[in-house]
Design a protein around this ligand. Structure first.
Ligand SMILES: [Zn+2]
Length: 233
């Protein structure tokens, strides 16, 4: 059975497994009177509240009034990274170099791994799906841990090329959804996680559409599903 047949527009609350910053507990000064977003934690709470309150996802992904765009992108990138990590984590036992020797999504798409920051101009290489996804997650984690790229202190400026990096990260994260949908959807179904997966992807595509992060061709094997999700506002 295809994922399109299973697609449902239910929107349960998404909760991430990890916080945005390791030292988040130190940040306890919240202004009860004000509803403005003033810390990473406030921004995340805002996302979760709007998702859970029944307002549409389209509204939930919008930049909160007065919020810094880079800050908003950063918090959401971390959330999607965590969500995808968690979703892929549920099926890792079914995704091995034996079952998935290439990082494909249907037989039409193969994603080759290349570190765009590598200076020696290495050619993109074909990898197993788990190898590709591990390289991808490590590559992103390095940025999340780098204070010059993802500053943890409010008010510290983001690098100039930050929006471009966000595009590259989101484009690659999408490939994990593509692989899961095209090759592990039955397992996701058996684990009863299809609503969770659909909601996560729907949130993802609403977000990338709101901020023009992905182009239609980046949706490749899932373009039909993505189109259907986007028309469901
Ligand atoms: Zn796989």
């Amino acid at each position: 059975m295809s994922f399109l047949q299973h697609y449902t527009s239910n929107i349960p609350t998404i909760r991430s497994t990890r916080g945005f910053r390791k030292n988040q507990s130190l940040d306890s000064t919240t202004d009860v009177q004000s509803s403005t977003v003033s810390s990473h934690r406030d921004i995340r709470d805002h996302v979760e509240q709007t998702l859970g309150s029944g307002s549409s996802l389209a509204k939930a992904v919008k930049l909160p009034p007065g919020e810094d765009l880079n800050e908003w992108l950063a918090v959401n990138v971390v959330d999607f990274y965590n969500q995808i990590n968690m979703l892929y984590g549920t099926i890792t036992e079914f995704c091995s170099p034996q079952t998935c020797p290439r990082m494909i999504a249907t037989l039409e798409y193969e994603y080759l791994w290349q570190d765009p920051m590598a200076k020696n101009g290495k050619q993109p290489v074909s990898m197993s799906a788990p190898g590709y996804i591990e390289s991808l997650m490590d590559w992103i984690q390095n940025f999340l841990d780098d204070e010059t790229v993802f500053p943890s202190k409010m008010g510290v400026p983001f690098p100039k090329q930050f929006p471009l990096l966000v595009k590259t990260i989101m484009k690659r994260l999408f490939r994990v959804y593509a692989h899961i949908y095209c090759h592990h959807f039955d397992e996701i179904n058996e684990l009863n996680l299809q609503v969770h997966l659909n909601t996560s992807l729907k949130h993802f595509v609403f977000f990338t559409t709101e901020f023009n992060l992905l182009s239609t061709k980046d949706y490749g094997p899932l373009d039909e599903l993505v189109e259907r999700m986007l028309s469901d506002i």
